[in-house]
Design a protein around this ligand. Structure first.
Ligand code: PEP
Length: 250
């Protein structure tokens, strides 16, 4: 069955070996739900990728970052081909925590995305405005600029997911209003069609920012919301499975 919703969990810097059980519970629960229209992914820290991947078949195991070259003198970095070799299927790029804490620019995100796709990974490119930018009325301008700069036409639409994550909504319990989400997702959709032509219509756009078991159904039902990138709630199997269930019933 063709996928119509894309639910990915971003574990961030959380997870020791005991968390392999969480991954297994998510896979088992997804099978039980019968969420065949939903692409489910979990993105644990680098140290858990191989162990988790070795025990999992039916959901995507993704990374949270990668370098834009194959190998070389880049202490501390991980290459997309290293990820691919161990069975990783996707990578989150340009998350606001990386843009802020590691000064990642959209240019850099674009370079990473191009190399990751060439290495065979699906790329989840994150964009989103700060509270200051929203309050100044610049949210759309900022987000579309990030799209233009980091979702280049060199990318393959079929391997691209965009995650719209208002920075002020990440990990704060604050969610953008339904109208704000609808408006922003429509603007992103139009920009993707401008960049990629007809295939821009099919690029999934996830919403991210305090999505949880309670608000998922409402958010996922908004037009042009094709999934969710979930932080905190992806660390509890029952909560994450509720979100997957909400997507499966749409
Ligand atoms: C995220 O980290 O991408 C995220 C959306 O986090 P949270 O769901 O915790 O707000």
């Amino acid at each position: 069955m063709e996928k119509s919703k894309y639910i990915y969990g971003n574990w961030k810097m959380n997870g020791l070996l005991g968390h392999v059980e969480l991954a297994k519970a998510v896979e088992a629960g997804t099978i039980e739900i019968g969420a065949q229209n939903v692409e489910v992914g979990i993105c644990p820290p680098f140290t858990l990728l191989k162990t988790i991947k070795d025990g999992i078949n039916s959901i995507v195991v993704g990374a949270q970052d990668c370098h834009f070259t194959e190998s070389g003198a880049h202490t501390g970095d991980i290459s997309a081909i290293m990820l691919k070799e161990i069975g990783v299927g996707a990578v989150i790029l340009g998350h606001s925590e990386r843009r802020t804490n590691h000064f990642e620019t959209s240019d850099l995100v674009a370079k990473k995305a191009i190399f990751a796709q060439q290495s065979g990974l699906k790329t989840i490119v994150c964009v989103g405005e700060s509270l200051q930018e929203r309050e100044a009325g610049n949210a759309e301008t900022v987000v579309l600029k990030q799209i233009i700069e980091s979702a280049l036409p060199e990318l393959e639409a079929a391997k691209l997911i965009i995650a719209y994550e208002p920075v002020w909504a990440i990990g704060t319990g604050k969610v953008a209003s339904n109208d704000d989400i609808r408006e922003m997702h429509l603007s992103i959709r139009n920009k993707l069609i401008e960049i990629f032509g007809d295939s821009g219509k099919d690029i999934p756009i996830q919403y991210g920012g305090s999505v949880n078991a309670k608000n998922a159904s409402e958010i996922l039902a908004i037009e042009n919301v094709n999934g969710a990138l979930v932080g905190g709630a992806s660390l509890k199997a029952p909560d994450f499975l509720e979100i997957i269930k909400a997507a499966a019933t749409l």
